[in-house]
Write a protein that binds this ligand. Sequence first.
Ligand SMILES: C=C(O[C@@H]1C=C(C(=O)O)C=C[C@H]1O)C(=O)O
Length: 396
Amino acid sequence: MPKQELEEIRVKITDLDSQLLSLLSERQGLTNQVAETKIKNHIPVRDQAREEQLLVRLIKQGQTFGLDPHYVTQLFHVIIEDSVLNQQAMLARWANPSSEKPLNRVAFLGDKGSYSYLATQKYFSRRPGELLEIGCQSFAEIINKVESGEADYAVLPIENTSSGSINEVYDQLQHTRLSIVGELTHPIKHALLVSEGVDSNESGKIKTLYAHPQVFAQCSHFLAELGNVEVKPCDSTSAAMMIVNEMNSSEVAAIGSEAGGALYGLKAIKSNLANQKENHSRFIVVASDSVKVPLQVPAKTTLIMSTVQKPGALVEALLVLKENQINMTKLESRPITGNPWEEMFYLDVEGNIEDGPMQQAMEALRGMTRYFKVLGCYPVEEVSPTKVAAVNALME
Ligand SMILES: C=C(O[C@@H]1C=C(C(=O)O)C=C[C@H]1O)C(=O)O
């Protein structure tokens, strides 16, 4: 009898969940209509004042239903993020009609299950067309696939919140004629993965650990605690997973994502292995042709330059950004191959290359540097959640 009672309530929950999904889909349809009006009337996609009003009203209304303000806020942050990203994707399509193809051939590092694979899936899920995944063994191979026309896009990890910039990718960008057309951040959640048949308590038996070198760097504290385990670097996290799957032994393990490991029949026996709790990687998407970013969408531009050799040359270049009120979100330097002690600077700035201040800044920089190139202008893919100042007051 209690089982039947439970079943009856669950039937009602299932029904409500379906209604929630149908309402969310209806909301998505309306926000897509909003995007069409914004295209026609040149209105920015993001309207944080509207978001704040909406959140305040929902929090208050939620309270009358006995729902916690934080719960309501979190739910609607996810809903709004999806809505903004979908609208941005619609605007991007409208601005770049020729880039829409029935098939997107995408080169990335590793195979099914690698973090690059998961990021690729995420980025293209909002874009029309089928996805053809082309797994590669090195960054050079990935770039080459697009340069040779075998792939339309490449997805490359560029920096990680724990281990910093990925120098090899920066160095590849110095020599390519490809453009950055997009970016995304993806959470990196490292887990200790073993074969399905291995007992979860057998972690003490592990003698060899396989992973990508970047993963070892991000989990150095965990590795130090492990003690006498041999670490073997692999070309990718998926390569590590494949080895552990094939060996099927309690003496080997891989580090990678739980979702990726599941594709190889591996299970996670320990999670959150990264030194930093907030472990995210930023990926860039590159293609042969640059994209146009509509002015209604927040844009980022990546510039690459080498300055003349005189004291203060870099400072002067950065002052150009200040004078034009352009915010720099990243500055990276890499040696120039063949020119010892000379540096190539990579700058990420907030702004659209079609905007007046950006045009002025670029013209000035072109005139004062030895080498200057725009690597790409692309939509910012991060939607920072709108803070509701009144949320605490509403809780009182
Ligand atoms: C849907 C709109 O676009 C964006 C998304 C919102 C939403 O999903 O509710 C609200 C404001 C905008 O940042 C809108 O402007 O109304």
